[in-house]
Structure formats: structure tokens, C-alpha cells
Write a protein that binds this ligand. Sequence first.
Ligand code: MN
Length: 458
Amino acid sequence: MLSIIHVADFHISSFLKFKDKSLHDLNIKLFKLIIDRIIEEQPDLVLFSGDLFEKPLPAKLDDIKSVMEGLIKLRESRIPFYAIPGSHDMLPDGSSYLEILESANLLKMPKYTIKGRILEIKPIVDEKLNVAVYGIPGFKRNLEQKYILERRIKFTEVDRAKGKSIILMVHTSLNLEGIPQRYIKQSIPKPSITSIVPPGLNVNYYALGHVHRPYPITLKNINIAYPGAPLGRDWNDIYETLELTKVYGRGRGFRKVKIDSERTISEFIDFIDEPVVKELNIEFKPSRSIDSYIRDILGEMRDYSSDKVYAIVINVKAPIGEVNKVAHIEHELQRKIKNFGNIAFHIKVESEGVSLDEERIIALISDFKEINARSIEEEVLRKVLGEEANIAMRILDELPYGITHTKREFIECASSKIFQILAEEFGLKEEEEKKNSIIVEEKPRRGGKVGTITEWLT
Ligand SMILES: [Mn+2]
């Protein structure tokens, strides 16, 4: 029997705003807690399904150090850590910090290569554990979903993997039954992932990452699951934690997986009880002073223990004329709470049905940016190019992100790719391609008018 701990979405170095510092520090504490818990559990291996860091170039060196120290501890305990990069780990050239950690022997990544239109994935095979682990990383622009939907993924070394326990790690959003609404829009159907597996390979466990809420929460006889994020990356995730505690009476954690020849059992283990998320509701009345609101809020915090981190969601209902008080309250609270060091708060304002929660809007846009950039681009291109938007999208998708390293390489590789695509789309012959390549180089410079793709070609 193979025993596994499945974790994902650490988002180390998130919550970098000064007012969220306690949450940033908590994330590091949780990472260490998880490492210690893993060592206690002594699994055969750890699967990490992407988004180790919030940004591809992590903003705090200290945090990188903490991550390395944790992984060193695992290595000393001889517990292998298999990881794939998530969309947040990936630089535009397709590389990630995980490669540095791999070269320091702190983790192992199932390899992938982009060969033309095909994503080739190669397993890590461990003969002693009798396991083969494949991985599909999370790309920028959700590109992995295109590879999956269009079945452009090739499993290599299938014969070597056959007969072993098979694991497929994927960083993407799947539309699984009962997955929360906030993830549905950007997700792809479940069969799209199960149907890319070549016949003869029986995947024992799909180790997913990207969805921050653990899924499923109570089911155990399931072989496709998200462990969820230990903390998350913004206040949307904090609200989600609140929902987890309120609706399910559960916290966050990881998944314990057991695979034998008969079946796979995987169980969500919640052992994280921080931050303690509290909700305060305040209604603004013209007659009340700012001080009195502050007194009320601080009064609520009086009983908070000093050895736990708290995240307070303050829901403010205010008539439109009173909204200006919110900034004052925020400022005052920050000044007063600073000394505690263990309380982060977030104010949501609702004014006559209009939500003015700036940060929530920004969070939504940034989610949207990450998740739905594709549909925005498509929309814009369709407006500008009409029918030819499809060709433009194809060009964008097939530009050599991830396989070129210098600007020069990129330009050389990109231009030949573009002409190949144009030739295919317009049915041109080689000769004409060459002729047109000259036109494209010269024409856009003149008078600053760039012209459309069809103009270049005619
Ligand atoms: Mn994530």
C-alpha cells in the first residue's frame, strides 16, 4: 500500500500589504506546521499540486528561506516531495522557482515539454514505491485547459508506468459536482481530464490544485480531489474559510491518500485552526461618532487570545452620506490594532445596495484577470478583427512561451511560427510566405499605420 499526503496552493508571500502582515506571517507558520505534520505522518511521498509561491519571483527572501528549510527537513526525513508549478509559479518563459529547488535536490518535478502543439508529459517512476507520477502544470492564460480540452497531451513512458500505481497531478479548475460557484466560470468538465489518459493506464489518483476550497470535504472513496489552500491568497479565501467553519464546521488542511491494488481512499484532514475568522456587522447612523464605532469594534476584540491569529471581516452598512467615515475608522483601527500583531481586518461597505468594497473588487478583477483573460482577449480581438479573431487567438496561444529564453530567440521563433500559422490558415505556399514576410517587416513602420493581417497578405 502506498501512503500519500496531498497538499496544494501554499501561495507563500501573499498578504504583503502592511495591514495584512499577521496573515502573511501566519502563512509561513502554517507551512512549517504542515511540514511537521507530514513528518509525523511519515507518508511514502508528498504530492504538491502547484502555487507554491504567490508570485513567480517571490517578493521576500526570508520566505524562500523558510520554504527551503521546510523542504530540507522533509529530505532529512527521507520523504520525497513531488511538485508541479501552478499558474502563480510560472514565469512567462515557462520556468519557475521550483526548478531552483529541484536543482538543490529539495523536490522532484514530473517533466513536461512542449513539442509543437503537443504537451508531452513524462512520469517520475519510483521502482521501489512502485509508482509513476505524471504532472500537468498550471500555465499562464489557463493554457493547460486548452491542451486538455483539445486532447493535445501525450503521456510518455506508458509501458514503464503500466502495472504501477499511477498518479496524475494537475493544476487546473475542474467542474466537479458541488464545487463552489466562484470556481465554475473558469472550469472545464471532469471527463475532459479522465479521457486524455491513454488506454491501459489506470490512474489511481488525480491530485488536483488551483481550487482553494478543499474538495470533497467528507467523501472518502474518491480518487480525484483538491486539498485546498492552507490559508489562501486574498480576503476571498478568508471568507471561504469562514464559510467552511460556519457551514461544515471544518477548517483547512491537507488530504491523506492510501492506494492499494483494490482501491484508493482519500480523506480530507483539517487540522488548521487559524486564522480565527470573525464577522462583525455595523450599521452607520448619522448620530454616532467615529470613536463610538471604534470602541464597539475593539470591545469585540477584548477576549481574543494572543496566541492565535484573527481575521476580522467588518461588514458596514452605511447611508451614502456616511461612507466617508469608513476611511477614518479603517485608519484609527489600524493604528490601535497594530500593537496586537495578531489581528488583521477587512472592511466591506454596503451602501444602499451598492457594494463599495474596493479591495474585493480588485480581488475579483485580479481573479478575473488570471482566470478569464482569455475570454476578455477573445472579446476584444473579435471587436477589432471580426472573423479573423480566431487566427489571432491561435497565434497568441502558439507563441513560443516557455521554450525560448531570450528576446531574440523569442522573436525568431515567434515570427516563423506566425508565418506558419498564417500560411496554414490562408492556405499559402512557401514562396508567398517569404514574400509576405518582407511586407510585414516594412509596412507597419510607414506612417505608423499597422494595418490588419489581411492587408499584409494582399
Ligand atoms: Mn492557487
